[in-house]
Design a protein around this ligand. Structure first.
Ligand code: NAI
Length: 437
Protein backbone atom coordinates (compact mmCIF):
# COMPACT_ATOMS: atom_id res chain seq x y z
CA UNK A 1 0.00 0.00 0.00
CA UNK A 2 1.36 3.44 -0.89
CA UNK A 3 2.10 5.33 2.28
CA UNK A 4 3.80 8.39 0.82
CA UNK A 5 3.16 11.61 2.74
CA UNK A 6 2.46 14.81 0.81
CA UNK A 7 0.06 16.58 3.16
CA UNK A 8 -0.59 16.77 6.89
CA UNK A 9 -3.74 17.23 8.96
CA UNK A 10 -2.92 18.30 12.52
CA UNK A 11 -5.62 18.09 15.17
CA UNK A 12 -5.02 20.32 18.18
CA UNK A 13 -3.03 23.50 17.54
CA UNK A 14 -1.48 24.13 20.96
CA UNK A 15 2.23 24.18 21.77
CA UNK A 16 3.08 20.98 19.88
CA UNK A 17 0.44 20.94 17.12
CA UNK A 18 1.24 24.51 16.03
CA UNK A 19 4.95 23.66 15.89
CA UNK A 20 4.34 20.57 13.76
CA UNK A 21 1.93 22.45 11.48
CA UNK A 22 4.40 25.33 11.08
CA UNK A 23 7.30 22.97 10.32
CA UNK A 24 5.32 21.09 7.64
CA UNK A 25 3.91 24.21 5.97
CA UNK A 26 7.29 25.97 6.09
CA UNK A 27 8.73 22.96 4.25
CA UNK A 28 6.16 23.51 1.50
CA UNK A 29 3.44 20.99 2.32
CA UNK A 30 -0.30 21.48 2.54
CA UNK A 31 -1.48 21.54 6.16
CA UNK A 32 -4.97 21.32 7.63
CA UNK A 33 -5.17 22.36 11.29
CA UNK A 34 -8.33 21.50 13.23
CA UNK A 35 -9.35 22.79 16.64
CA UNK A 36 -12.29 22.54 19.02
CA UNK A 37 -14.11 25.76 18.19
CA UNK A 38 -13.68 28.92 16.17
CA UNK A 39 -11.88 30.86 18.88
CA UNK A 40 -9.41 28.02 19.49
CA UNK A 41 -8.95 27.78 15.70
CA UNK A 42 -8.13 31.48 15.45
CA UNK A 43 -5.58 31.22 18.24
CA UNK A 44 -4.04 28.08 16.73
CA UNK A 45 -3.56 29.85 13.39
CA UNK A 46 -1.89 32.80 15.10
CA UNK A 47 0.33 30.49 17.11
CA UNK A 48 1.36 28.62 13.97
CA UNK A 49 2.16 31.78 12.00
CA UNK A 50 4.17 33.08 14.95
CA UNK A 51 6.51 30.11 14.59
CA UNK A 52 7.77 31.24 11.19
CA UNK A 53 11.50 31.92 11.19
CA UNK A 54 11.22 34.89 8.84
CA UNK A 55 8.74 36.86 6.71
CA UNK A 56 9.10 34.54 3.69
CA UNK A 57 8.36 31.52 5.80
CA UNK A 58 5.38 33.25 7.34
CA UNK A 59 3.97 33.89 3.87
CA UNK A 60 4.50 30.24 2.91
CA UNK A 61 2.78 29.04 6.07
CA UNK A 62 -0.11 31.46 5.55
CA UNK A 63 -0.58 30.19 2.00
CA UNK A 64 -0.42 26.46 2.79
CA UNK A 65 -2.26 26.38 6.11
CA UNK A 66 -6.02 25.77 6.15
CA UNK A 67 -7.72 25.92 9.55
CA UNK A 68 -11.14 24.79 10.70
CA UNK A 69 -13.16 23.35 13.54
CA UNK A 70 -13.64 19.64 14.11
CA UNK A 71 -17.43 20.02 13.83
CA UNK A 72 -17.34 21.85 10.52
CA UNK A 73 -14.27 20.48 8.75
CA UNK A 74 -13.50 16.97 9.99
CA UNK A 75 -14.49 15.36 6.67
CA UNK A 76 -11.60 17.23 5.00
CA UNK A 77 -9.07 14.91 6.64
CA UNK A 78 -10.00 12.43 3.88
CA UNK A 79 -7.76 14.51 1.61
CA UNK A 80 -4.68 14.22 3.83
CA UNK A 81 -1.91 11.62 4.04
CA UNK A 82 -0.75 12.05 7.66
CA UNK A 83 -3.30 12.66 10.41
CA UNK A 84 -1.34 13.98 13.39
CA UNK A 85 -3.23 14.19 16.69
CA UNK A 86 -1.82 16.72 19.17
CA UNK A 87 -4.66 17.43 21.61
CA UNK A 88 -4.46 17.38 25.41
CA UNK A 89 -2.73 14.56 27.29
CA UNK A 90 -5.96 12.78 28.18
CA UNK A 91 -6.62 9.17 27.27
CA UNK A 92 -10.40 9.46 26.97
CA UNK A 93 -10.18 12.63 24.88
CA UNK A 94 -7.68 11.03 22.51
CA UNK A 95 -9.75 7.82 22.18
CA UNK A 96 -12.95 9.79 21.55
CA UNK A 97 -11.18 11.82 18.88
CA UNK A 98 -9.84 8.73 17.10
CA UNK A 99 -13.32 7.17 16.92
CA UNK A 100 -14.51 10.39 15.29
CA UNK A 101 -11.60 10.46 12.85
CA UNK A 102 -11.75 6.85 11.66
CA UNK A 103 -14.80 7.10 9.34
CA UNK A 104 -13.35 10.10 7.48
CA UNK A 105 -9.80 8.94 7.04
CA UNK A 106 -8.82 7.55 3.65
CA UNK A 107 -7.28 4.08 3.15
CA UNK A 108 -3.49 4.22 3.33
CA UNK A 109 -3.28 7.41 5.38
CA UNK A 110 -0.94 7.26 8.36
CA UNK A 111 -1.90 8.39 11.84
CA UNK A 112 0.10 9.54 14.81
CA UNK A 113 -0.68 10.46 18.37
CA UNK A 114 1.49 12.93 20.26
CA UNK A 115 1.82 11.86 23.83
CA UNK A 116 4.50 12.15 26.47
CA UNK A 117 3.44 9.04 28.31
CA UNK A 118 0.14 7.39 27.38
CA UNK A 119 0.79 3.85 26.11
CA UNK A 120 -0.22 3.44 22.47
CA UNK A 121 -2.04 0.19 23.24
CA UNK A 122 -4.30 2.06 25.70
CA UNK A 123 -5.23 4.53 22.97
CA UNK A 124 -6.06 1.97 20.27
CA UNK A 125 -7.69 -0.70 22.45
CA UNK A 126 -11.20 -1.55 21.18
CA UNK A 127 -10.92 0.81 18.19
CA UNK A 128 -10.97 -0.53 14.61
CA UNK A 129 -8.07 -2.83 13.64
CA UNK A 130 -7.25 -0.52 10.74
CA UNK A 131 -6.27 2.21 13.22
CA UNK A 132 -3.92 -0.21 15.03
CA UNK A 133 -2.14 -0.92 11.73
CA UNK A 134 -1.87 2.72 10.67
CA UNK A 135 -0.85 4.45 13.92
CA UNK A 136 2.38 5.27 15.78
CA UNK A 137 3.28 7.62 18.61
CA UNK A 138 5.23 10.66 17.41
CA UNK A 139 7.07 12.07 20.41
CA UNK A 140 8.35 15.46 19.28
CA UNK A 141 10.39 17.57 21.69
CA UNK A 142 9.40 21.08 22.64
CA UNK A 143 9.94 23.55 20.97
CA UNK A 144 9.27 21.50 17.84
CA UNK A 145 11.00 23.95 15.52
CA UNK A 146 14.17 23.92 17.58
CA UNK A 147 14.61 20.42 18.95
CA UNK A 148 16.03 17.82 16.62
CA UNK A 149 14.75 14.65 18.26
CA UNK A 150 11.60 12.83 17.21
CA UNK A 151 10.88 9.47 18.79
CA UNK A 152 8.61 7.26 16.70
CA UNK A 153 6.98 4.46 18.62
CA UNK A 154 5.13 1.72 16.74
CA UNK A 155 2.56 -0.50 18.43
CA UNK A 156 2.37 -4.30 18.15
CA UNK A 157 0.15 -4.13 15.07
CA UNK A 158 1.67 -1.13 13.29
CA UNK A 159 2.48 -1.73 9.61
CA UNK A 160 6.27 -1.21 9.19
CA UNK A 161 5.51 0.85 6.06
CA UNK A 162 3.88 3.46 8.34
CA UNK A 163 7.04 3.78 10.43
CA UNK A 164 9.16 3.93 7.27
CA UNK A 165 7.15 6.64 5.56
CA UNK A 166 6.77 8.81 8.66
CA UNK A 167 10.48 8.46 9.46
CA UNK A 168 11.30 9.49 5.90
CA UNK A 169 8.95 12.47 5.92
CA UNK A 170 9.94 13.73 9.35
CA UNK A 171 13.64 13.15 8.67
CA UNK A 172 13.92 14.46 5.11
CA UNK A 173 11.20 17.11 5.08
CA UNK A 174 10.98 18.32 8.68
CA UNK A 175 14.70 17.83 9.36
CA UNK A 176 14.16 15.74 12.46
CA UNK A 177 16.57 13.22 13.90
CA UNK A 178 14.30 10.20 14.05
CA UNK A 179 14.79 7.51 16.66
CA UNK A 180 12.67 4.38 16.93
CA UNK A 181 11.56 3.67 20.47
CA UNK A 182 9.40 1.05 22.13
CA UNK A 183 6.05 1.55 23.83
CA UNK A 184 7.45 1.86 27.38
CA UNK A 185 7.18 4.59 29.99
CA UNK A 186 8.79 7.89 28.85
CA UNK A 187 10.27 6.18 25.76
CA UNK A 188 14.07 6.60 25.42
CA UNK A 189 15.33 10.14 25.93
CA UNK A 190 13.07 11.10 28.83
CA UNK A 191 13.46 7.71 30.52
CA UNK A 192 17.21 8.25 30.73
CA UNK A 193 17.27 12.06 30.87
CA UNK A 194 14.74 12.21 33.71
CA UNK A 195 16.66 9.54 35.62
CA UNK A 196 19.73 11.78 35.27
CA UNK A 197 17.85 14.81 36.63
CA UNK A 198 15.93 13.14 39.44
CA UNK A 199 18.84 10.99 40.62
CA UNK A 200 21.04 14.09 40.26
CA UNK A 201 18.95 16.00 42.82
CA UNK A 202 19.30 13.15 45.31
CA UNK A 203 23.05 12.69 44.85
CA UNK A 204 23.58 16.46 45.08
CA UNK A 205 21.64 16.43 48.34
CA UNK A 206 24.03 13.74 49.69
CA UNK A 207 27.16 15.59 48.55
CA UNK A 208 26.14 19.09 49.63
CA UNK A 209 28.15 18.88 52.86
CA UNK A 210 31.23 17.97 50.79
CA UNK A 211 31.44 21.36 49.12
CA UNK A 212 29.17 20.63 46.17
CA UNK A 213 26.59 23.39 46.04
CA UNK A 214 24.45 24.42 43.09
CA UNK A 215 27.14 26.20 41.06
CA UNK A 216 29.71 23.44 41.58
CA UNK A 217 27.21 20.70 40.72
CA UNK A 218 26.30 22.49 37.49
CA UNK A 219 29.93 23.17 36.57
CA UNK A 220 30.73 19.47 37.00
CA UNK A 221 27.62 18.18 35.24
CA UNK A 222 28.10 20.22 32.08
CA UNK A 223 31.18 20.95 29.92
CA UNK A 224 33.50 18.27 31.41
CA UNK A 225 30.97 15.58 30.52
CA UNK A 226 29.94 17.05 27.16
CA UNK A 227 26.58 18.15 28.57
CA UNK A 228 24.77 21.48 28.02
CA UNK A 229 25.87 24.50 30.06
CA UNK A 230 22.62 24.47 32.04
CA UNK A 231 23.97 21.55 34.10
CA UNK A 232 21.50 19.96 36.49
CA UNK A 233 19.82 22.83 38.34
CA UNK A 234 19.78 25.15 35.32
CA UNK A 235 18.02 22.48 33.30
CA UNK A 236 15.40 21.85 35.97
CA UNK A 237 14.84 25.62 36.23
CA UNK A 238 14.10 25.58 32.50
CA UNK A 239 11.70 22.65 32.68
CA UNK A 240 10.01 23.69 35.93
CA UNK A 241 9.85 21.85 39.24
CA UNK A 242 6.10 21.36 38.75
CA UNK A 243 6.69 19.46 35.50
CA UNK A 244 9.47 17.42 37.12
CA UNK A 245 7.16 16.52 40.01
CA UNK A 246 4.57 15.25 37.50
CA UNK A 247 7.25 13.26 35.70
CA UNK A 248 8.27 11.72 39.02
CA UNK A 249 4.70 10.73 39.82
CA UNK A 250 4.23 9.19 36.37
CA UNK A 251 7.47 7.24 36.77
CA UNK A 252 6.47 6.04 40.25
CA UNK A 253 3.23 4.68 38.80
CA UNK A 254 4.65 3.16 35.63
CA UNK A 255 8.28 2.11 36.01
CA UNK A 256 8.64 -1.67 36.07
CA UNK A 257 9.29 -3.37 39.39
CA UNK A 258 12.96 -3.34 40.33
CA UNK A 259 13.79 -0.34 38.11
CA UNK A 260 16.61 1.75 39.59
CA UNK A 261 14.63 4.93 38.85
CA UNK A 262 12.04 4.06 41.48
CA UNK A 263 14.46 5.25 44.18
CA UNK A 264 14.37 8.82 42.85
CA UNK A 265 10.80 9.60 41.86
CA UNK A 266 10.17 11.93 44.84
CA UNK A 267 12.09 15.13 45.45
CA UNK A 268 14.60 15.56 48.30
CA UNK A 269 13.28 17.81 51.10
CA UNK A 270 14.70 21.10 49.75
CA UNK A 271 13.18 20.70 46.28
CA UNK A 272 9.87 19.58 47.79
CA UNK A 273 9.93 22.86 49.76
CA UNK A 274 10.58 24.95 46.64
CA UNK A 275 7.73 23.22 44.83
CA UNK A 276 5.35 23.77 47.75
CA UNK A 277 5.96 27.51 47.76
CA UNK A 278 5.78 27.91 44.00
CA UNK A 279 9.47 28.59 43.40
CA UNK A 280 9.31 26.55 40.21
CA UNK A 281 12.05 27.86 37.93
CA UNK A 282 12.24 30.40 35.14
CA UNK A 283 8.47 30.44 34.65
CA UNK A 284 7.92 31.68 38.23
CA UNK A 285 10.74 34.24 38.16
CA UNK A 286 13.31 31.92 39.73
CA UNK A 287 13.93 28.44 41.06
CA UNK A 288 17.53 27.57 41.84
CA UNK A 289 18.72 30.63 39.93
CA UNK A 290 17.17 34.01 39.21
CA UNK A 291 18.16 37.04 37.20
CA UNK A 292 17.51 40.46 38.73
CA UNK A 293 17.48 43.77 36.93
CA UNK A 294 18.81 46.67 38.97
CA UNK A 295 17.61 50.31 38.85
CA UNK A 296 20.54 51.00 36.47
CA UNK A 297 19.24 48.31 34.06
CA UNK A 298 22.17 45.98 34.87
CA UNK A 299 21.31 42.31 35.25
CA UNK A 300 22.66 40.21 38.09
CA UNK A 301 22.38 36.49 38.63
CA UNK A 302 21.56 34.99 42.00
CA UNK A 303 21.52 31.49 43.40
CA UNK A 304 19.14 30.09 45.96
CA UNK A 305 21.35 28.61 48.64
CA UNK A 306 19.70 25.34 49.58
CA UNK A 307 21.44 25.25 52.96
CA UNK A 308 20.64 28.76 54.19
CA UNK A 309 17.42 28.95 52.14
CA UNK A 310 18.42 32.47 51.05
CA UNK A 311 19.24 34.10 47.72
CA UNK A 312 22.86 35.14 47.30
CA UNK A 313 25.05 36.37 44.41
CA UNK A 314 26.02 33.71 41.88
CA UNK A 315 29.62 32.59 42.38
CA UNK A 316 30.94 30.64 39.35
CA UNK A 317 32.79 27.45 40.30
CA UNK A 318 36.28 26.86 38.94
CA UNK A 319 37.39 23.38 37.96
CA UNK A 320 40.78 21.74 38.31
CA UNK A 321 42.74 20.82 35.15
CA UNK A 322 41.97 17.10 35.55
CA UNK A 323 38.25 17.86 35.60
CA UNK A 324 38.00 19.08 32.03
CA UNK A 325 37.18 15.73 30.43
CA UNK A 326 34.84 12.91 31.33
CA UNK A 327 37.44 10.29 32.29
CA UNK A 328 39.53 12.77 34.30
CA UNK A 329 36.53 13.87 36.31
CA UNK A 330 34.70 10.56 36.74
CA UNK A 331 37.73 8.50 37.75
CA UNK A 332 39.16 11.07 40.18
CA UNK A 333 39.32 9.92 43.79
CA UNK A 334 37.74 13.03 45.31
CA UNK A 335 34.22 14.27 46.25
CA UNK A 336 33.71 15.97 42.86
CA UNK A 337 34.61 12.74 41.06
CA UNK A 338 32.44 10.63 43.35
CA UNK A 339 29.48 12.98 42.86
CA UNK A 340 29.84 13.12 39.06
CA UNK A 341 30.28 9.33 38.94
CA UNK A 342 27.13 8.85 41.05
CA UNK A 343 25.01 11.05 38.76
CA UNK A 344 26.45 10.62 35.28
CA UNK A 345 28.11 7.23 35.75
CA UNK A 346 24.90 6.02 37.40
CA UNK A 347 22.90 7.19 34.41
CA UNK A 348 25.22 5.49 31.91
CA UNK A 349 24.84 2.23 33.83
CA UNK A 350 21.06 2.69 34.01
CA UNK A 351 20.95 3.15 30.23
CA UNK A 352 23.12 0.06 29.75
CA UNK A 353 20.52 -1.99 31.61
CA UNK A 354 17.47 -0.84 29.61
CA UNK A 355 17.99 -2.71 26.36
CA UNK A 356 16.16 -4.46 24.79
CA UNK A 357 13.25 -3.07 26.85
CA UNK A 358 13.31 0.48 25.45
CA UNK A 359 15.11 0.18 22.11
CA UNK A 360 16.39 -2.38 19.64
CA UNK A 361 19.93 -1.05 19.57
CA UNK A 362 22.40 1.28 21.26
CA UNK A 363 22.44 3.67 18.29
CA UNK A 364 18.85 4.76 18.95
CA UNK A 365 19.72 5.37 22.62
CA UNK A 366 22.83 7.43 21.86
CA UNK A 367 21.00 9.53 19.27
CA UNK A 368 18.04 10.11 21.58
CA UNK A 369 20.26 11.64 24.27
CA UNK A 370 22.29 13.66 21.80
CA UNK A 371 19.29 15.07 19.94
CA UNK A 372 16.85 15.32 22.85
CA UNK A 373 19.10 16.45 25.72
CA UNK A 374 22.03 18.01 23.86
CA UNK A 375 24.61 15.49 25.12
CA UNK A 376 27.71 15.61 22.89
CA UNK A 377 28.12 11.87 23.31
CA UNK A 378 25.34 9.38 24.05
CA UNK A 379 25.58 6.90 26.95
CA UNK A 380 27.32 4.13 24.99
CA UNK A 381 29.61 6.55 23.19
CA UNK A 382 30.57 7.95 26.60
CA UNK A 383 31.20 4.46 27.95
CA UNK A 384 33.51 3.90 24.98
CA UNK A 385 35.32 7.17 25.77
CA UNK A 386 35.80 6.02 29.37
CA UNK A 387 36.86 2.53 28.30
CA UNK A 388 34.27 -0.18 29.06
CA UNK A 389 36.97 -2.48 30.52
CA UNK A 390 37.93 0.23 32.98
CA UNK A 391 34.27 0.76 33.90
CA UNK A 392 33.77 -2.98 34.37
CA UNK A 393 36.86 -3.17 36.62
CA UNK A 394 35.53 -0.30 38.70
CA UNK A 395 32.10 -1.90 39.12
CA UNK A 396 33.75 -5.19 40.17
CA UNK A 397 35.91 -3.30 42.69
CA UNK A 398 32.80 -1.57 44.05
CA UNK A 399 31.02 -4.95 44.27
CA UNK A 400 28.27 -3.81 41.91
CA UNK A 401 26.55 -5.95 39.28
CA UNK A 402 27.26 -5.31 35.62
CA UNK A 403 24.37 -3.88 33.60
CA UNK A 404 23.11 -6.05 30.74
CA UNK A 405 25.01 -4.36 27.92
CA UNK A 406 28.36 -4.36 29.72
CA UNK A 407 27.79 -8.07 30.45
CA UNK A 408 27.10 -8.64 26.78
CA UNK A 409 30.19 -6.72 25.74
CA UNK A 410 32.31 -8.76 28.13
CA UNK A 411 30.82 -12.07 26.95
CA UNK A 412 31.51 -11.25 23.33
CA UNK A 413 35.09 -10.32 24.17
CA UNK A 414 34.59 -6.84 22.70
CA UNK A 415 36.37 -3.78 24.03
CA UNK A 416 34.03 -1.08 22.81
CA UNK A 417 30.38 -0.61 21.83
CA UNK A 418 31.37 0.99 18.52
CA UNK A 419 34.10 -0.11 16.12
CA UNK A 420 35.53 1.03 12.80
CA UNK A 421 35.48 4.74 13.76
CA UNK A 422 31.85 4.51 14.74
CA UNK A 423 30.70 2.80 11.56
CA UNK A 424 29.64 -0.41 13.33
CA UNK A 425 27.99 -1.01 16.69
CA UNK A 426 27.49 -3.93 19.03
CA UNK A 427 24.05 -5.43 18.44
CA UNK A 428 21.96 -7.27 21.00
CA UNK A 429 22.89 -10.51 19.21
CA UNK A 430 26.52 -9.94 20.23
CA UNK A 431 27.63 -9.14 16.68
CA UNK A 432 28.74 -5.83 15.20
CA UNK A 433 26.36 -4.19 12.72
CA UNK A 434 26.56 -1.21 10.41
CA UNK A 435 25.33 2.05 11.93
CA UNK A 436 22.52 3.13 9.60
CA UNK A 437 22.44 6.79 8.58
P1 NAI B 1 -1.63 22.25 24.57
O1 NAI B 1 -2.51 22.28 25.74
O2 NAI B 1 -0.68 23.37 24.32
O3 NAI B 1 -2.53 22.13 23.25
C1 NAI B 1 -3.58 21.23 23.09
C2 NAI B 1 -4.49 21.80 22.04
O4 NAI B 1 -5.46 20.83 21.74
C3 NAI B 1 -5.23 23.07 22.48
O5 NAI B 1 -5.08 24.06 21.48
C4 NAI B 1 -6.68 22.62 22.64
O6 NAI B 1 -7.60 23.62 22.26
C5 NAI B 1 -6.74 21.43 21.72
N1 NAI B 1 -7.67 20.42 22.19
C6 NAI B 1 -7.80 19.98 23.44
N2 NAI B 1 -8.76 19.02 23.48
C7 NAI B 1 -9.20 18.87 22.23
C8 NAI B 1 -10.15 18.02 21.65
N3 NAI B 1 -10.85 17.16 22.37
N4 NAI B 1 -10.33 18.11 20.33
C9 NAI B 1 -9.60 19.00 19.59
N5 NAI B 1 -8.71 19.83 20.09
C10 NAI B 1 -8.49 19.76 21.41
O7 NAI B 1 -0.87 20.86 24.60
P2 NAI B 1 0.55 20.50 23.99
O8 NAI B 1 1.61 20.91 24.94
O9 NAI B 1 0.62 20.97 22.59
O10 NAI B 1 0.53 18.90 24.02
C11 NAI B 1 -0.16 18.14 23.05
C12 NAI B 1 0.24 16.68 23.23
O11 NAI B 1 1.65 16.56 23.03
C13 NAI B 1 -0.04 16.16 24.64
O12 NAI B 1 -0.47 14.83 24.58
C14 NAI B 1 1.30 16.29 25.32
O13 NAI B 1 1.47 15.37 26.39
C15 NAI B 1 2.25 15.97 24.18
N6 NAI B 1 3.60 16.54 24.35
C16 NAI B 1 3.78 17.80 24.85
C17 NAI B 1 5.06 18.30 25.03
C18 NAI B 1 5.28 19.69 25.56
O14 NAI B 1 6.41 19.99 25.97
N7 NAI B 1 4.28 20.57 25.56
C19 NAI B 1 6.27 17.50 24.69
C20 NAI B 1 5.95 16.22 24.12
C21 NAI B 1 4.68 15.76 23.99
Amino acid sequence: MGREIHSVAVIGGGTMGSGIAAAAAAAGWRVLLLERDREATRRARERTLAQARDADEQQAIDRLLVTGTLDESLREIGEFDWICEAIVEDLDAKRALFSRIEPWRREGSVVSTNTSGIPLRAITEGLPDRLGRDIVVTHFFNPVRVMKLLEIVPGNDTDPAVVASLSRFCGDVLGKGVVQAKDTVNFIANRIGCFWMLSGLHHAHRFRNQGIGIERADALLSAPLGLPATGLYGLIDLIGLDVMALVGRNLAANLPEGDAGLAFTRFPAEEAGLLARGQLGRKSGGGFYRVLKGADGQKSREVFDLETQLWRPHAPASLAPHQTDAAGLLFADDPDGAFAWAVHGGTLLYAADLLPAIADDIVNVDRALRWGFGWKRGPFETLDDLGPTRVIARLRAEGRPLPALLRLLEQTGGESFYRDQGRTHLGLDGRYHTVEA
